[in-house]
Write a protein that binds this ligand. Structure first.
Ligand SMILES: Cc1ncc(C[n+]2csc(CCOP(=O)(O)OP(=O)(O)O)c2C)c(N)n1
Ligand SMILES: [Mg+2]
Length: 394
């Protein structure tokens, strides 16, 4: 390195960290005088929803029957067990594709999927294992996909960030940030033209909300009154930068407001509350009410990519912050509410988690033994007319 520049990944990450911590990304202590200081133009923030000291009590489950809540718990535990196992497989070197874990965010897709059927059209992005699993996507095929095996849900050609399970309504995830948002709007237009009651769902992050195409999509969906639910999983980070360094408000719902779309900003770690609001929005979309925007505030326990916690790259996340958010654990809060109402006895949640982990481990073990695709399959699935995973069998 004649120039003395450090171009290693660690070096570049250190540089990114320095830049991100520089004055350019430090929000002003007081906002400059201007229309944004007028009440009429006030930009609402997340307030206590972004503070893990709040919203960590047991959930309000008053209106929810026991078996529904058990179903929520089972799905959330499944997502967590799968992602923990995937993290181990990254650490052991068995998984070589980038893996973005959503441990801590499980409640949102479980709550939303509760109201969906396979006729609906759901789209995700780079952090979508939970979106796929919450709809009932096959666990073995997910492991096989992330391990690059021929049995994978995308035939082992896509890896963690290209999941596809049309049999449960999951129409695809794509890691180009925000790329599936307009595709979901197109699917909603198709659903409307079909004159049925199917809806589209678009999951995206707070970082994606900074992409221009999201704003075009919101505008079009509003103007055409399309049956689409925008679900912004606001985990307060895009890669290694906190939202306070990227946007003048930590809430993205103002973009829906600007486009005349009904919106709600909620605790995304409350599966019962999220399901209640998502249900109202999806029902409205099915009945011709057009689009809605659900901003669900949450936090990912692991780093941007891979199993570690990102306490040493980019904007370093403090261990205290991570620990505080773990006290807003969507799983533990549901368990606490169910046990205090008498829905579950002391050791039942643990037994359920153990049984799920056994099944997940079995799926992972089978996937590790599964064959890779043949080299001759490389050009399959590239052009229209080639066999698709849905039609070509698995
Ligand atoms: C168009 C585009 N720009 C940048 C990236 C790199 N990138 C991948 S994920 C990500 C952050 C996304 O943040 P957010 O939408 O909040 O989702 P999260 O990772 O928090 O779930 C970025 C910038 C990309 N994949 N695509
Ligand atoms: Mg984010």
């Amino acid at each position: 390195m004649a120039s003395g520049r450090d171009t290693t990944v660690k070096g570049l990450q250190a540089k990114l960290g320095n830049l991100a911590e520089s004055e350019y990304f430090t929000p002003p202590a007081t906002k400059p005088a201007g229309p944004e200081n007028d009440a009429e133009y006030a930009v609402k923030g997340l307030d206590s929803l972004a503070d893990p000291a709040f919203h960590n009590a047991p959930l309000d489950i008053t209106d929810w029957p026991h078996d529904r809540l058990r179903g929520f718990l089972h799905r959330m535990l499944t997502i967590r067990a799968v992602e923990e196992r995937l993290g181990e497989l990254v650490e052991s070197g068995d998984v070589v594709c980038p893996v973005h874990l959503a441990i801590g965010q499980e409640a949102i897709p479980v709550a939303v999927s509760h109201h969906l059927t396979p006729a609906d059209r759901v789209f995700g992005a780079h952090r979508s294992h939970g979106h796929y699993l919450a709809l009932g996507g096959d666990i073995y095929q997910l492991f096989a996909e992330v391990l690059g095996r021929a049995d994978g849900c995308s035939r082992g050609m896509g890896g963690s960030m290209h999941l596809f399970a049309p049999e449960v309504g999951f129409m695809g995830s794509v890691p180009i940030v925000a790329a599936t948002v307009p595709v979901a709007v197109g699917a909603a237009l198709a659903a409307k033209m079909d004159k049925g009651d199917a809806v589209a769902v678009s999951y995206f992050g707070d970082g994606a909300a900074e992409e221009g195409v999201v704003h075009e999509s919101l505008n079009l969906a509003s103007q055409m009154n399309l049956p689409v639910l925008f679900v912004c999983e606001n985990n307060l980070y895009a890669s290694h930068m906190d939202i306070s360094q990227r946007q003048p408000s930590d809430s993205t719902a103002r973009f829906a407001q600007a486009n005349g779309i009904p919106h709600a900003v909620i605790d995304g770690n409350d599966v019962a509350g999220t399901a209640r609001v998502a249900g109202e929005m999806i029902t409205a979309a099915r009945n011709g009410g057009g689009p809605s925007y659900l901003e669900a505030v949450t936090y990912r326990w692991r780093g941007h990519v891979g199993p570690d916690e990102n306490t040493d790259v980019g904007i370093r996340r403090s261990t205290a912050e991570i620990a505080a958010w773990k006290r807003r654990d969507p799983v533990a809060r549901l368990v606490a509410a169910m046990t205090s109402r008498g829905d579950m006895s002391g050791n039942e949640p643990g037994a359920m988690a153990d049984a799920i982990r056994d099944h997940v481990d079995d799926c992972a073990a089978r996937a590790l033994e599964a064959p890779y695709p043949e080299n001759s399959a490389l050009m399959d699935l590239v052009y229209a007319g080639s066999p698709t995973p849905a039609s070509g069998g698995r």
